[in-house]
Design a protein around this ligand. Structure first.
Ligand code: TRP
Length: 360
């Protein structure tokens, strides 16, 4: 069986380092591994509209930001198909048929939907489109017969829901759809990178994100003002590394070679953590090191992003071509789905013949 990747992001803002360690970096590695027959990377604008119906301009503006972030990180349109969700009408058709296979109570139990409803204070007024986006996400994944979906941990419930839809569809209508596997980040710290303020999640509204497109100065400012252990007041005080976002970021970003380069007094992160825990290591020193590490990772991304941004029409061209290719694939799957459901009346000679018999 072919190995196919599908994943994507909602274009509601520029992508940040949480996206990067949680998924983007891995996608590029998977792309370059040569192990996949096809890779589809989707800018999920239709999904973004499910909770931004009154702000289409925000979604529109951010499509190009996300595309630039993708290209800057090393997603290569020669190897990966970059597409815009709303340009593939087949996804709506698939969603419409999958809706019959999912109950309202099952959607209400979806933990991601539950927490997002709370976060947006939607309780009494949930848009139907938002409520059903797990179904549309199942359409995204199955339209491309994806076997592998590299995403963050928060997307686990979406994958569970997709698998259920696939099983249900295949059992009712016969084997048609492919059950996907989620691919989570390997490194625990990358599963959910906290905000620079120590809050559980990076979010634009909390103003606690480091963006891939931030300038070197902005990154430095954000790193140097990061939340750390609030009880670590004097350098000599013992500090806590657990729940300290500076160390979580180091867990996510730093490798041994960074010590040789920027902090040769320590051999590795364990030694640095031990010193911090024992006392005698100041936050400023650790933050300066983190800044060096992050800058080294982001600098080439920033440079490539600026380069790509010089030719915006070319980016739209990449997205148009990618969307066209994606639509061909989705159209083939939709035709199979309709055949399995036996709603392909005009292609079904047997149907036409047997109906003629019946009326003879
Ligand atoms: N829900 C994803 C997010 O919020 C975006 C997304 C839409 C997606 N369709 C997808 C991710 C299909 C993986 C597969 O970031």
């Amino acid at each position: 069986m072919s190995k196919i990747i599908l994943t994507g992001d909602r274009p509601t803002g520029r992508l940040h380092v949480g996206h990067y360690v949680g998924s983007l970096k891995r996608r590029v590695e998977l792309q370059n591994s040569g192990e996949y027959d096809d890779i589809f990377i989707m800018i999920a604008d239709a999904q973004a509209l499910t909770d931004n119906a009154d702000n289409p301009e925000k979604v529109r503006q951010n499509i190009i930001e996300v595309a630039l972030d993708y290209l800057a990180c090393g997603l290569d349109p020669e190897k990966s198909t970059l597409l815009i969700q709303s340009q593939i009408p087949e996804l709506c058709e698939l969603s419409f048929y999958y809706m019959n296979l999912v109950t309202v109570s099952r959607l209400q139990r979806n933990p991601t939907v539950k927490s997002e409803i709370q976060m947006r204070n939607f309780e009494a007024s949930i848009p139907v489109g938002f409520f059903t986006y797990p179904i549309s996400q199942a359409a995204d994944i199955t339209a491309f017969k994806a076997t592998t979906v590299p995403v963050g941990e928060d997307q686990l419930p979406m994958l569970e829901q997709t698998k259920e839809i696939v099983r249900k569809f295949n059992s009712v209508y016969g084997d048609t759809l492919v059950e996907p596997e989620i691919l989570l980040p390997k490194n625990q710290a990358c599963l959910r990178l906290p905000g620079t303020d120590g809050k559980a999640k990076m979010s634009k509204s909390l103003n606690n994100c480091i963006y891939l497109s931030d300038s070197a100065d902005e990154v430095k400012k954000k790193v140097m003002s990061m939340f750390t252990d609030p009880n670590h007041l004097k350098v000599s005080d013992p500090g806590r590394v657990e729940g300290n976002p500076v160390f979580t970021y180091l867990d996510a970003f730093c490798q041994e070679h960074h010590f040789e380069e920027f902090l040769p007094e320590y051999a590795n992160l364990d030694e640095l953590k031990a010193h911090y825990t024992r006392g005698g290591l100041g936050d400023v020193k650790v933050k300066r090191f983190l800044n060096e590490v992050i800058q080294q990772e982001l600098e080439p991304i920033r440079t490539r992003r600026k380069e790509f941004a010089k030719d915006i029409p070319a980016i739209y061209d990449i997205l148009r071509k990618g969307s066209e290719k994606a639509e061909e694939v989705a159209a083939r799957t939709l035709a199979e789905v309709k055949a399995s459901m036996k709603i392909n009346y005009f292609d079904d000679e047997e149907l036409i013949r047997s109906q003629s018999e019946r009326f003879r």
